[in-house]
Design a protein around this ligand. Structure first.
Ligand SMILES: [Zn+2]
Length: 304
């Protein structure tokens, strides 16, 4: 394999690449694991000298890395990559700061320190560079949520833990949207080109999806924890999975708003108990995206 094949197609760092048919599977410490259609590689060549283009790549890293952390299988092609990058470009400062707090909480226990790696951690919080991550950490320090021990080592203070706890018990973290849906391949487009882009790109909020397949099909603690901290939930009923109803019911019990959606050919099968709710009935991912965007803008209050 030539040398350049061992560079990540997005960030240009050393990475592991394996050819599978017309795609490369890339494993990059910064951008996570993702697949890329080989003919699309030239479309976002990190060594291209095009300023607008280069500006988007850190946000594409944010998309692939966060999807990879959720064990979501991402395939980049010439059409979709820009949408995915733009979806992570307009994240507000307060949402990025919340993502930093959540990251520390996920990596530590109260009182224990966390070391950040400025080379690979920025994409986890939609930060474009190490200096932006440093800026967010400094901001959270000024607010009294964390303390810098030395260099990139930080400890979340009691006030920081309380801030996250308060979000859990009150209305959830503003803008955080849990997505409950089937992971069947036939619904991949409905998520990536429908729900994901509606929530992230059109409404500038934070979609969270946990792949139950990677958690032995059981409603795991991770799912419960993510639902507790969400502001609202999108439940796509297609094709009537029990887990989706469970997650939506749990969210409603917590007082969270649930937006119900269903593909039109399956709407007749929606469970009797929940059919009374006003469903978004959709035909294509694009249709779902447009209708869901309208519904979120009309019904979900903006927290920040
Ligand atoms: Zn990379």
């Amino acid at each position: 394999m030539p040398d350049n094949e061992q560079r990540c197609a997005i960030c240009g760092r050393d990475a592991h690449a394996t050819s599978i048919g017309d795609r490369d599977l890339v494993q990059c410490a910064r951008c996570g694991n993702f697949e890329i259609v080989r003919s699309a590689k030239a479309a976002f060549d990190p060594f291209r000298s095009d300023a607008d283009h280069a500006e988007l790549l850190p946000y594409l890293s944010a998309y692939t890395r966060q999807a990879s952390e959720r064990h979501q299988n991402v395939v980049l092609d010439t059409r979709n990559w820009k949408h995915f990058a733009l979806a992570h470009k307009e994240t507000s400062l307060s949402r990025k700061a919340t993502k930093v707090l959540e990251l520390i909480a996920a990596r530590s226990k109260p009182g224990s320190p966390v070391r950040f790696d400025p080379k690979i951690d920025p994409p986890l919080v939609d930060a474009a560079s190490p200096s932006e991550l440093a800026f967010l950490l400094e901001h959270l320090g000024e607010l009294g949520y964390l303390r810098q021990n030395e260099g990139w080592v930080y400890t979340l203070k009691a006030k920081g833990w309380e801030k996250l706890e308060a979000a859990t018990t009150k209305g959830g973290i503003p803008g955080k949207c849990f997505v409950a849906m089937s992971f069947h391949n036939s619904l991949k487009g409905a998520y990536e080109n429908g729900i994901y882009l509606a929530v992230k790109e059109d409404c500038n909020m934070e979609p969270v999806r946990i792949d139950r397949v990677h958690h032995n099909e059981k409603i795991c603690d991770k799912i419960i924890a993510e639902i507790r901290t969400c502001q609202f939930l999108v439940a796509d009923c297609t094709p009537q999975r029990a887990g989706v109803y469970f997650e939506a019911g749990f969210a409603m019990g917590l007082g969270r708003q649930v937006i119900w959606t269903c593909r039109d050919d399956d709407f007749k099968n929606v469970h009797f108990d929940t059919r009374q709710y006003n469903h978004i009935v959709w035909q294509s991912p694009e249709d779902l995206r447009a209708k869901l965007t309208d519904r979120i803008r009309a019904t979900i209050p903006r927290g920040d």
